[in-house]
Design a protein around this ligand. Structure first.
Ligand SMILES: C[S@@+](CC[C@H](N)C(=O)[O-])C[C@H]1O[C@@H](n2cnc3c(N)ncnc32)[C@H](O)[C@@H]1O
Length: 225
């Protein structure tokens, strides 16, 4: 990991610690984006490209039906959203941080992605059941365990009948220490989606990296009947 990425992660952890101590599980994201002041090197998860596990998954799929809607959850700086848009999806992307959303609009000025501020823990009712594809990468693992159940229930509710939820996350084994934020997820945490009206269709365990060197990841897809 390069030094700047290391420093960015340490700063994110510091902001998260203060925010969590105040009982605010998501406020630190906005603080981090604001403090970064347009410097992508200060956002630990910023990459110039879509996540490799998303890029690979898209390459294995046929083009979506014309106008098929995708929702990107916790879109950060929009790399995955742009990737889905290029693959033919009609994309809405949201993030709890208004600064991240402004930044997306500046970074991708000609984009057809609709970038908007939103909270996964309280999504707009008009989104429920509306998306043929919901894509979530690294948001669940950045939320404390106590909030993941609520966040997972929201994710499941956003999927349209016949649609898919695609999740990419760092992975850990039962009994393995989750360590410090971001907390890698257990397979059993993802299995929660099967109690929320979804059916598991794909489950891959892979090495992948995000400025960290290779780490173990899950990529899983669930569908709604
Ligand atoms: C670890 S970052 C990952 C960003 C992006 N998905 C990626 O992989 O590059 C988590 C993102 O989720 C956003 N986020 C956290 N909690 C959220 C919530 N409750 N609703 C919407 N976005 C949230 C954060 O602002 C941040 O941009």
């Amino acid at each position: 990991m390069d030094q700047r990425r290391h420093d960015a992660r340490e700063r994110a952890r510091e902001l998260a610690r203060t925010s969590l101590e105040r009982g605010d599980a998501t406020g630190w994201f906005e603080a981090l984006y604001r403090e970064a002041a347009g410097d992508t090197g200060r956002i630990p998860w910023a990459d110039a490209e879509g996540h490799p596990l998303l890029v690979e998954w898209l390459a294995s799929q046929s083009a979506p039906a014309s106008g098929a809607r995708a929702l990107v959850v916790g879109c950060g700086l929009g790399e995955d959203s742009e990737c889905l848009s290029r693959a033919g999806w009609n994309v809405t992307a949201f993030d709890v941080s208004p600064t991240a959303i402004d930044w997306c609009r500046k970074l991708h000025p000609h984009s057809s992605v609709r970038y908007t501020v939103g909270d996964l823990l309280d999504p707009p009712s008009e989104w429920l059941g509306q998306f043929a594809l919901v894509f979530e990468c690294y948001t669940l693992q950045a939320l404390p365990a106590a909030l993941r159940e609520r966040a997972s229930a929201s994710l499941a509710r956003l999927v349209a009948p016949g649609g898919s939820l695609l999740v990419v996350t760092r992975a850990r084994e039962p009994g393995e220490d989750p360590g410090t934020l971001p907390w890698p997820l257990l397979r059993s945490e993802l299995a929660r989606f099967t109690t929320l009206g979804l059916v598991e269709r794909e489950f891959d365990e892979r090495e992948s990296s995000q400025g960290l060197g290779p780490t173990r990841h899950f990529r899983a897809r669930y569908t709604r009947h």
